[in-house]
Design a binder for this molecule. Structure first.
Ligand SMILES: C[S@@+](CC[C@H](N)C(=O)[O-])C[C@H]1O[C@@H](n2cnc3c(N)ncnc32)[C@H](O)[C@@H]1O
Length: 353
């Protein structure tokens, strides 16, 4: 077993008992979140809440009846939230390789089934390495959504994870996940530091390398839902990592094989008709696309596909087609595309990340 794998298992199985033991805010979601998610959180058992080490919100809209996979599910907080949203006809599968985390999650499956009034269990927890998802006998082209919260940074072969996720998703499905990214590439030495890695920092990918890997795995247009800069409160750790900026970012990567490498303009537009649960007045596809109900909004070809060829289709009216090309869609950025909390601002463009 690789040393990184053993160190990570030790960190999450033995070192950390609850989120109070974390040394940084990397594995930690800020309190601000929509009221409808807070309401579900109030129904989650205390143990998965206390053993939560995620860094963002991985709860996309329109999950009723969906089949969802959670990579590195830990003690299962997100699996249980999503099990309420997919309902009795849906299914949520959590995968993790740390026995202690899985044992804790499994203890509360039936408790949540009863709490949510489901007559059948719609959660399942599997022991496995997310770098070898296909070994778990999960069916290709079977999942509507794959989520993950602060896990991919911990693994060595990130491209393999992305490729397996692409294989497991249905066409039109998406990988909706929060993770940590760095402003530059991180040295091998730091990557093997057990605390810096365990705290979800030194395994983080340089953001532009992540974009290239995502594209190589088939996810041609990664979209940023939200991002925030992390602060490292622990003095010794901050010294070790000096010069590197870290960001917690939620991406959505759609499996849509016709997506183009850039945002192209075909003169198309869409209108949001309402109806997406918890989004009566407007729907936020990503940090650059808010669709107010009833408003005609110009979109690039890729955004069109993210709405027309996915579970969101029934909620939109589509104007135009792909027959005539008008050039590149205006405003694609090239600098670091995240929100900075200090000394600068995001240079992201109007459409591309
Ligand atoms: C930062 S915690 C996040 C846990 C959970 N997603 C949450 O939000 O509470 C990272 C989790 O990923 C798991 N993990 C890390 N690398 C893994 C791998 N290669 N395969 C499976 N699980 C992994 C760890 O065991 C740990 O439970």
């Amino acid at each position: 077993m690789s040393s990184i794998k053993t160190e990570v298992q030790k960190y999450y199985g033995e070192t950390l008992k609850t989120s109070q033991d974390l040394k940084t805010s990397a594995c930690c979601t800020p309190d601000a979140m929509p009221g409808w998610i807070k309401k579900i959180l109030s129904q989650i058992h205390d143990e998965p809440m206390a053993k939560y080490y995620g860094c963002g919100l991985v709860v996309p809209h329109s999950l009723e009846g969906a089949k969802v996979l959670d990579l590195g599910c830990g003690a299962g907080r997100d699996v249980f939230i999503i099990s309420k949203l997919v309902g009795e006809k849906g299914e949520v599968v959590g995968v993790d390789f740390t026995n202690e985390q899985l044992a804790s999650a499994r203890k509360h499956q039936d408790w949540h089934r009863e709490k949510f009034g489901h007559t059948r269990l719609n959660t399942q927890f599997l022991n496995g390495d997310i770098q070898d998802l296909l070994a778990l006998k999960l069916k290709p082209n079977d999942f509507d959504v794959v989520v993950s919260n602060c896990v991919v940074n911990l693994v060595e072969d990130k491209l393999k994870v992305l490729k397996d996720v692409f294989a497991l998703l249905k066409e039109g499905g998406e990988f909706y996940f929060s993770d940590v990214y760095a402003s530059r590439r991180i040295s091998e030495e730091l990557q093997h530091d057990p605390v810096a890695r365990g705290e979800c920092l030194s395994g983080a990918l340089y953001w532009n390398d992540f974009h290239q890997l995502a594209k190589a795995a088939g996810f041609r247009d990664p979209r940023i839902v939200e991002s925030r800069q992390l602060t490292i409160g622990d003095e010794a750790l901050a010294q070790k990592l000096a010069g590197i900026e870290f960001f917690s970012v939620t991406y959505r990567l759609f499996k849509l094989p016709k997506l183009e490498a850039a945002c192209e303009d075909y003169g198309q537009a869409v209108i949001y008709n309402g109806g997406i649960p918890q989004s009566p007045a407007a729907y936020l596809l990503d940090g650059h696309h808010l669709f107010e109900k009833g408003k005609v909004v110009s979109v690039c070809g890729n955004t069109w596909m993210m709405l027309a060829d996915t579970r969101f289709k029934e909620h939109f009216t589509f104007i135009g087609n792909f027959e005539k090309h008008f050039g590149i869609f205006p405003g694609c950025g090239t600098d670091i595309p995240y929100e900075r909390s200090v000394g600068g601002s995001s240079a992201a463009g109007a459409c591309c990340p």
